[in-house]
Design a binder for this molecule. Structure first.
Ligand code: ASC
Length: 150
């Protein structure tokens, strides 16, 4: 019993320590994972967009909650771009795997901008939110222009 328990603990520790590429049972799951994370991020980003574009009333509390979700989600998609998933989605350009350094720079740029989006939301100032929204959107677009088929 003790042995089985320690096996379970060892297995759990391995699961935590496993590299990103080993976190998915199959490459299709990695694609679904990254697309899901990007979709959730876009939904919350869009709610901020509605406020900064005047389609929804400005609500500082809601802006901050949405910005925090965008920031959290912005860390997730990248682990789903495992090499084994190349070619499964027609949206992801092969350049993602050929230009890993550049792709990573775009990922990091986005994470930096979403962190500034949270900081801007905390100022309770719509103009600050507008600026940070624009810069975050530009980071989304720059990566899409380089690495996504439309
Ligand atoms: C969004 C969204 C994106 C980005 C991009 C910015 O709201 O879903 O993918 O902004 O359109 O250019």
């Amino acid at each position: 019993m003790k042995f089985i328990a320690s096996l379970a603990i060892a297995a759990a520790a391995c699961a935590v320590a496993a590299p990103a590429s080993a976190q998915f049972a199959k490459p299709e799951d990695a694609v679904k994972y990254r697309q899901s994370a990007l979709f959730v991020m876009s939904q919350h980003f869009g709610r901020i967009g509605a406020m900064v574009n005047g389609r929804a009333p400005y609500d500082a509390k809601s802006a901050l909650e949405n910005a925090e979700t965008v920031e959290n989600m912005s860390h997730l998609p990248w682990a789903g771009f495992v090499p084994a998933s190349e070619g499964i989605s027609q949206k992801a350009k092969a350049d993602i795997w050929k230009e890993q350094v550049k792709f990573k720079e775009h990922n990091e740029k986005l994470m930096g901008e979403t962190s500034k989006l949270v900081a801007a939301a905390k100022t309770n100032n719509l103009d600050n939110l507008k600026t940070a929204f624009g810069q975050t959107a530009a980071a989304c677009k720059a990566c899409h222009d380089n690495f996504r088929n439309n």
